[in-house]
Write a protein that binds this ligand. Structure first.
Ligand SMILES: Cc1cc2nc3c(=O)[nH]c(=O)nc-3n(C[C@H](O)[C@H](O)[C@H](O)COP(=O)(O)O)c2cc1C
Length: 216
C-alpha cells in the first residue's frame, strides 16, 4: 500500500452513528481483532480482551445499562445547573441500539519491571515515588488498548464497515462487565459499535502546524 492510499484510508474514516440494517459477517470482525492485536503495546503484555458481541439481547442489555446510567445523570440537579439537555442526552446513547454488532475492549493491569522496583523503593525514597507516579500518568495499559482500537477501526473502515469508538459507556462499567462476564483483574475501557454505514459525516481537523512543533 502506498502512502497516498493509507492517507485516504485514514482521512476517509469518520465516526459512524447510523448503520444499515445488515448483518456484519463474523469472520470480518475476527480478522479485524486479529490485526488489531498486532498494535504496539506496553511490554508486549497483550493483556487485553476483545468481546465481539453479535448477540442482540446482549447488545440491548448493554445499551439499556448505558441509557439508564445516562438518564440517571440527566435527572440530577447538577445536570440542570450545567444546562444538560435530557433528550439530546438520550439520543447520544440511543443510536447504539441500531448497531448490528459491537466490540467491547477490556484491559488487565500493567506493571513493568521498573514499576515493581519503584513500588518497592518508594516505601523509603520519595524520589522513587515521583518516578513511579510519572510512569503511571501515561497509563500504558490504556495507551496499549487505544493503539489496538485505532488499528481496529481503520481495518474495519478498509472492510467497508463504520464504527464509533466510545468511552462514554464506561459510566456503566459495573453493569457492562457483569453482562459480558469480564473476569476480575480486567477493566472494561471502550465500546465500539460496528455496522455498514448509513451516513457519511464530514471530517474536520486543525491544520497540522497548529498542533505540531518542529524542533530543529
Ligand atoms: C477515546 C475516545 C472516546 C470517545 N467516546 C465517544 C463516546 O462516548 N460517544 C461518542 O458518540 N463518540 C465518542 N468518540 C468519538 C469522537 O467523538 C470522534 O472520534 C471525534 O468527534 C472525531 O470525529 P471522527 O471520528 O469522525 O473523526 C470517542 C473517541 C475517542 C478517541
Amino acid at each position: 500500500m502506498d502512502t497516498a492510499s493509507l492517507a485516504n484510508l485514514i482521512k476517509s474514516r469518520r465516526s459512524i452513528r447510523r448503520w444499515q440494517d445488515k448483518q456484519v459477517p463474523e469472520h470480518l470482525l475476527v480478522e479485524a481483532v486479529d490485526l488489531a492485536t498486532w498494535a504496539s503495546n506496553a511490554g508486549n503484555f497483550q493483556n487485553w480482551r476483545f468481546y465481539i458481541i453479535l448477540n442482540e439481547k446482549m447488545r440491548n442489555a448493554i445499551t439499556d445499562a448505558v441509557q439508564a446510567s445516562a438518564d440517571k445523570v440527566a435527572s440530577w440537579p447538577e445536570a440542570k445547573k450545567y444546562g444538560a439537555d435530557a433528550e439530546r442526552w438520550r439520543q447520544q446513547v440511543g443510536f447504539m441500539r441500531s448497531a448490528p454488532a459491537m466490540i467491547a475492549v477490556a484491559v488487565g493491569e500493567y506493571q513493568g519491571l521498573a514499576d515493581k522496583i519503584l513500588a518497592e523503593r518508594e516505601k523509603h525514597d520519595p524520589e522513587a515515588r515521583i518516578m513511579r507516579e510519572s510512569r503511571t500518568l501515561p497509563a500504558p495499559r490504556i495507551q496499549s488498548a487505544a493503539a489496538a482500537i485505532a488499528y481496529l477501526i481503520l481495518v474495519l473502515q478498509q472492510m467497508g464497515l463504520g464504527t464509533v469508538w466510545m468511552t462514554g459507556p464506561a459510566q456503566a462499567k459495573p453493569e457492562i462487565e457483569k453482562i459480558l462476564g469480564v473476569p476480575s483483574g480486567l477493566d472494561f475501557v471502550a465500546l465500539i459499535p460496528v455496522g455498514y454505514p448509513a451516513e457519511t459525516p464530514k471530517g474536520q481537523r486543525k491544520p497540522v502546524n497548529e498542533v505540531c512543533q518542529i524542533i530543529r
